[in-house]
Design a protein around this ligand. Structure first.
Ligand code: NAD
Ligand code: ZN
Length: 342
């Protein structure tokens, strides 16, 4: 099969023919139809310090996908060939305290698909049956391909109650964009999106932002006054990984507010703890998605009118992977999809 492989330690990815993945008795084999490019894939392609520390080549990369089951292991009874599925990208141990208690998203021994084991940028991918999400009828196939990052957006956006609340989204990358639409769907009053990139600010407006702001030229205090807000944001979704963004969010929070932090900073961040203490803020780190409560919520929100399709801006056949990665890296993009069937 064709697969996009990190063949050796160093920058780049190689499209090469590799053997079909073998499945164990608890696994399913999926014929991949469409995949989404994640920031993680860009880090692995570029071979930054995180990738150099983490990735052991050769490795098939990628973890956002939709496909059709073609084979199931002998222990697998709940899934069948022809089922349209996506994979939860975190393979958990099943044995630690949290896994045993059903809190699998808190597993301390998580292995990432396309990071710690062969991934989905390939014609076929093998995953454990416990990582399969069987799509409900009527889910758009391109949206199904990005359920993994959509799940990051939903998990973060719903980390604190947003009904009737004023929400700040810092960073309108693909995940911030989807979180914007989710917060609106979940009936937030105002959703203010702060993002320096003009292309992405425009996308944020399309996704339902009440107001989009360039943090380099607008102060969030001004924006609050313009909207008639008096006490600050009730909920902030940190989706940029930027120190400046997190500080500005904290400075603009209402007392008792919640800051859900998904963005992964590349350096240590120092914060004014006085502000956190005296405003009585809750800061909560978010990693991955809840298995499978987030997946359930994603599905029912799509069924009840949430539309995130505008986040998908580029589509490429897998052989044009270099152009696809360039589009994802450019910043002039939302989500970039690669098709593995053409
Ligand atoms: P992305 O890099 O495409 O988007 C980040 C956005 O933040 C960019 O558009 C950038 O212009 C913007 N930004 C930079 N500085 C800013 C500032 N000062 N204020 C406001 N915005 C600013 O990333 P993405 O794919 O949308 O993911 C969002 C973040 O979440 C990234 O940091 C990513 O690494 C992280 N992530 C975390 C998890 C998790 O499980 N915790 C999973 C996936 C991604
Ligand atoms: Zn575990």
């Amino acid at each position: 099969m064709w697969a996009l492989v990190k063949a050796v330690a160093g920058p780049g990815l190689e499209l090469r023919e590799v053997p079909l993945p073998e499945i164990g008795i608890n696994d399913v084999l999926v014929r991949v139809r469409k995949t989404g490019i994640c920031g993680t894939d860009l880090h692995i392609e570029a071979w930054d310090p995180w990738a150099a520390r983490t990735i052991k080549p050769p490795l098939v990369v990628g973890h956002e996908f939709v496909g059709e089951i073609v084979e199931v292991g002998s222990n697998v009874a709940d899934f069948h060939p022809a089922d349209l599925v996506s994979g939860e990208g975190h393979v958990v141990c099943g044995r630690c305290r949290h896994c045993l208690a059903g809190r699998r998203h808190l597993c301390a021994n998580t292995i990432g698909l396309g990071v710690g084991r062969d991934g989905a940028f390939a014609e076929y991918v093998a995953i454990p049956m416990t990582n399969v999400w069987h799509h409900w009828p009527g889910i758009d196939e391109e949206v199904a391909a990005i359920f993994d990052p959509f799940g990051n957006a939903v998990h973060t956006a719903l980390a604190f109650p947003v009904l009737g609340e004023d929400v700040l989204v810092s960073g309108a990358g693909p995940i911030g964009l989807m979180a914007t639409a989710v917060a609106r769907h979940a009936a937030a009053r105002y959703v203010v999106v702060s993002e320096p990139n003009a292309f992405r600010r425009e996308l944020a407006s399309k996704m339902g932002a009440t107001k989009v702001v360039d943090p380099r030229s607008r102060d969030l205090g001004d924006v609050q006054r313009e909207l008639g807000m008096v006490e600050g944001f009730d909920v902030a979704l940190e989706m940029s990984g930027s120190q400046a963004a997190l500080r500005s969010a904290i400075a603009n929070m209402a007392h008792g507010g919640g800051v859900a932090i998904l963005g992964i900073p590349t350096e240590q961040i120092s914060l004014d703890m006085n502000e956190i203490v005296f405003k009585m803020l809750t800061l909560r780190g978010i990693y991955g998605r809840e298995m499978y409560e987030t997946w359930y919520k994603m599905t029912v929100m799509l069924q009840s009118g949430l539309d995130i399709r505008a986040v998908i801006t580029h589509r490429f056949p897998f052989r044009e992977h270099e152009a696809a990665f360039a589009a994802a890296r450019s910043g002039e993009s939302g989500k970039v999809i690669m098709d593995w069937t053409t």
